[in-house]
Ligand binder design. Structure first.
Ligand SMILES: NC(=O)c1ccc[n+]([C@@H]2O[C@H](COP(=O)([O-])OP(=O)(O)OC[C@H]3O[C@@H](n4cnc5c(N)ncnc54)[C@H](O)[C@@H]3O)[C@@H](O)[C@H]2O)c1
Length: 362
């Protein structure tokens, strides 16, 4: 089989991770590179003995590239991915897919029209723990899902926001902790539980001198009837990432380790049939040990290659990644307009809000 030829846009930052992964991957090679910083583009071009560019239009126009990887700041994802698709290239985009649902629609449409694959690097899904959670939920281990609580909190310093002029802005980053540091969790939440249908959110900026949020809290109702709570932050000293998913036959809890609690009988049956007013039910707890398996960037890149080679869909294709954008756009819209927001998000309404937020930070 011929090697799959990658064209990388953005060779530093997360580009380094993609470079390392591709250097070690059989059946793939770096065939062209681009970076706005000429020195970095040239250095990478010399390392891989391939053409290098400072203007991404030159890279996407080449006819010796199979997959264009968009590894640049958020505001560039949509224009670069669309340009690549219009030049007949499959596109692999770093998370988040883009900034707004209307951009997401345009990217998906461009990929469909030009008959190319659009994949998104939401590698958290490939972690051992989340693969096992997904498998157990889908296998009905905890029965009918009822509720979910996800907390994904960490910290970024003010100095972090100084590492790129795009960070901390509505114009270029398109949001804060929701769209950047913890968009992986927004994606994983919907991957595990299902499509959201109604969102109420609040966002705040508490400890950073930035325009975008560093704390977000949301109530989410899902199409399958599940009620969820989600909180994420960049303001906590101690990082905590945990999820609790409960159904009638059990509860999955991950945070420090992964456990399943199995009640002695389905809890809805117990509630109906137990004759005592304050009946207690035994629950057996079991520690779960996820299996080793492909994970991280190498797994996501390999998945994208497989989709191109086998003419299938990447695991996180455009529509799949759009749901995270729906969710976080809905949280921001809800917070700013002080109302509950149905999903799909009203495209024009979110674009109008984003234009206001961008104008305010000028
Ligand atoms: N999957 C993950 O876990 C993960 C981790 C970190 C970053 N990211 C994502 O990767 C993307 C890039 O983040 P980063 O921290 O590497 O950003 P960054 O600011 O370091 O930029 C990445 C690269 O893009 C280049 N670049 C910027 N504008 C360009 C342009 N117009 N043309 C060509 N190159 C350009 C920069 O010079 C740099 O080399 C973001 O979408 C971010 O959310 C993902």
């Amino acid at each position: 089989m011929a090697e799959i030829r990658f064209g990388l846009i953005g060779v530093n930052g997360i580009g380094r991770t993609h470079r390392r992964a591709l250097e070690n991957m059989e059946g793939a090679k770096i065939a062209a590179v681009c970076d706005i910083v000429e020195e970095w583009a040239k250095e990478a071009g010399e390392q891989y003995e391939c053409p290098w560019f400072v203007d991404y239009h030159d890279l996407v126009a080449r006819d010796d590239i199979d997959i264009v990887s968009v590894l640049t700041p958020h505001y560039l994802h949509a224009p670069m991915a669309i340009a690549a698709a219009e030049n007949g290239k499959n596109v692999f985009v770093e998370k988040p897919l883009c900034i707004s649902v209307s951009e997401a629609d345009a990217m998906i449409e461009a990929a469909q029209k030009n008959n190319v694959k659009l994949g998104v690097c939401h590698q958290q899904r490939s972690s051992r723990q989340f693969r096992l959670l997904k498998k157990m939920i889908d296998a009905g281990e905890i029965g009918t899902l009822w509720r979910v609580v996800m907390i994904s909190c960490g910290v970024r310093t003010q100095a972090y926001y100084g590492t790129g002029e795009w960070r901390g802005t509505w114009s270029l980053e398109g949001g804060g902790v929701l769209i950047n540091q913890h968009v992986h969790d927004v994606d994983t939440l919907q991957h595990l539980v299902g499509k959201p249908s109604l969102v109420a959110g609040n966002i705040q900026t508490l400890t950073h001198d930035i325009a975008v949020e560093d704390l977000a809290t949301a109530f989410i109702h899902f199409e399958n009837g599940v009620d969820g709570l989600f909180q994420t932050s960049n303001i906590d000293g101690a990082t905590f990432n945990g999820i609790q998913v409960a159904g009638n036959k059990g509860i999955l809890v991950s945070g420090q380790g992964l456990r399943i609690g199995r009640p002695e009988m389905p809890s809805d049956q117990f509630a109906r049939e137990n004759p005592e007013k304050f009946g207690k039910m035994e629950t057996t707890w079991e520690d779960l040990e996820p299996e080793e398996g492909p994970s991280g960037h190498p797994a996501m890149i390999q998945d994208m290659i497989d989709a191109v080679v086998n003419d299938g869909q990447p695991e996180v294709h455009g529509e799949e990644a759009r749901t995270a954008i729906e969710l976080l756009n809905a949280m921001i819209l809800s917070a700013k307009r002080q109302k509950m927001v149905p999903v799909p998000v009203d495209r024009a309404e979110y674009d109008e809000l984003l234009a206001e937020l961008r104008a305010d930070e000028q």
